[in-house]
Design a protein around this ligand. Structure first.
Ligand code: FES
Length: 371
């Protein structure tokens, strides 16, 4: 459909969805505190006792590798009088010990000792840290705060099948870039969901993937993958790389680009030789941290000539272009004259965000005035 022939544009989310702190708090509780949330790569916690503290839905959560190799996710407070147990990242060397009165918990969250107290005096449920569910898929960690109501496989739906040939679990981080973006997390997801903006915002990207600017990025076949220009196969400035394609990919996957958005906070962009995995962390109603991890095959990384910068530098340019325009959107929506925007037809995927918000926060969330 050519531009200018649309009869009706769908309204986007109302202004308060991007600027109201109460709306943000509702999202933290009802989305990030109630869904599977992406929390980084498994390789960050390789050995028993390795831990890192994450903020999930406004809760401080300890992610720790247990003695048996399983990951655990514990809400970060002591069952004695509530002290925070850990901060940052590191190794707990066998137990999680409270810094206040030294109650000690096994890595699975079970209280194992408390100075001068018979732990058996406590009811069974009081002896355990409160734990969420943790699952790993493709080397990616997902956490669901309690109570978990669906399995991760159900939440991923057909995505794992669509990416079945990519050796995601084998890949390793070759580089990480972190960004602090002054925009609401949904602005970033909406931006990721459409290529209507690509022609104007991403000239380098469109030179490698001209399809992104054709007809405003309409009719992109993400299922099969997006073709590069002739002679190009990957996301670098030249569209080429010395790295071999991942083993096991089919013909399309060796020459096309795929992307997935796994709600609420995981963006995956897949080239034949590298994967860019974006962890989206909402920090405030108008502030979002993005951790972009670049994954490569271990065989490529073992080569003495391995150099990830062709992909990383290209992505860094594209990312910064995205964050700049997202910040402009966030600033523009601050106007008291802004009530809501519109989704053009080639932004259809962003309607998913409207549906997602309505599903988890209720239809009232779509109204400009909820009263
Ligand atoms: Fe943790 Fe007292 S608050 S041992």
């Amino acid at each position: 459909m050519a531009s200018g022939t649309f009869n009706r544009l769908e309204p986007s989310l109302p202004r308060r969805a991007y600027w109201d702190p109460a709306f943000f708090a509702h999202e933290q509780r009802s989305i990030f505190g109630a869904q599977w949330v992406y929390c980084g790569r498994s390789e960050l916690l390789p050995a028993p006792g390795d831990f890192r503290v994450a903020d999930i839905g406004g809760e401080s959560v300890i992610l720790v590798r247990g003695d048996e190799g399983r990951l655990h996710a514990h809400i970060n407070f002591c069952k004695h009088r509530g002290s925070r147990l850990l901060c940052g990242e590191g190794s707990t060397r066998g137990a999680i010990r409270c810094p206040y009165h030294a109650w000690a918990y096994a890595l699975d969250g079970c209280l194992i000792s408390a100075p001068f107290v018979e732990v058996e005096q406590l009811a069974q449920e009081s002896r355990h840290l409160i734990s969420g569910a943790v699952e790993e898929w493709g080397g990616f960690i997902f956490v669901h705060l309690p109570p978990a109501q669906e399995a991760l496989a159900d939440a991923l739906g057909p995505i794992s099948q669509r990416l079945a040939r990519y050796p995601l679990a084998e890949l390793r981080a070759g580089a990480v870039r972190e960004y602090d973006v002054r925009a609401n997390w949904k602005v970033l997801l909406e931006n990721y969901n459409e290529c209507y903006h690509c022609a104007g915002v991403h000239p380098e990207l469109c030179r490698v993937v001209p399809a992104f600017k054709d007809h405003g990025g309409a009719n992109l076949d993400w299922e099969r993958g997006i073709p590069h220009r002739d002679g190009a196969t990957t996301f670098t400035f030249s569209g080429t790389t010395a790295r071999a394609p991942f083993p096991g990919l089919d013909d399309d996957e060796r020459t096309r680009h795929k992307g997935e958005l796994i709600y609420p906070n995981f963006l995956l962009s897949l080239s034949a030789d590298h994967v860019a995995a974006f962890e989206v962390q909402p920090l405030d109603v108008d502030r979002t941290r993005v951790i972009c991890t670049f994954l490569f095959h271990p065989d490529a990384m073992a080569a003495p000539s391995f150099d990830p910068t062709d992909a990383v530098d290209f992505w860094d340019v594209v990312n910064r272009q995205d964050w700049r325009i997202c910040e402009a959107v966030q600033a523009g929506m601050h106007s008291r004259y802004f009530h809501h925007g519109f989704y053009a037809p080639m932004e259809d995927a962003s309607l998913d965000i409207r549906r997602y918000i309505a599903t988890h926060l209720g239809e009232n969330a779509l109204r400009e005035d909820p009263s």
